[in-house]
Design a protein around this ligand. Sequence first.
Ligand code: HEC
Ligand code: HEC
Length: 128
Amino acid sequence: MAIRVWLLPSLLVPLTVLALSSGVAAQCQVGIAAPPTEPERPNHHPIGRSLPLAADFRQPDGCTDAFWFFDDDRDGKPDRAETRVFGPDRQVICASCHDAMPPADSAVATQTYLRRDPATLCLTCHAL
Ligand code: HEC
Ligand code: HEC
């Protein structure tokens, strides 16, 4: 499992990992392509875009075989409340922000299915 491969050296040599922290995500191996997703919605966040390796984007620090995640609680595991990007090319899809698809458009659906509060969601990926 890719997570363990990543975790083990980080426990054994925390100083090295600290020194290489910008390279930690690069050790992840995500082999599975991003899954099919619903069509992009008008007036909604774009999907199918790759997370740029750029200063105005934060970089995910954990991964599974299928996606990358922002390991906010540092437990090495992808929690429901942690934003994700999918596939080797780190695409934003619906499941990056939603942990299930709302059955219908409704205010309740937005409360229930977002991975994070809208106030902090954007800043998991965007660094302003
Ligand atoms: C970058 C994060 C993000 C992505 C990606 C994203 N959403 Fe959302 N979505 C939100 C946020 C935040 C809200 C609540 C605020 C709002 O209504 O815009 C929301 C609300 C919704 C809602 C309920 C309100 C509405 O606008 O109808 C639906 C349904 C929904 N999203 C579906 C989708 C689908 C389908 C996709 C993929 C095609 C998607 N979302 C991709 C962040 C995202
Ligand atoms: C999962 C990571 C992620 C999250 C969470 C996220 N974004 Fe983005 N956002 C991206 C990526 C990746 C792009 C595309 C960047 C590119 O193509 O250069 C993008 C692009 C955008 C754009 C430009 C759209 C365009 O048409 O070019 C806006 C505006 C934006 N995001 C706003 C938001 C807001 C507001 C939120 C919170 C509701 C949010 N983002 C949450 C990753 C994310």
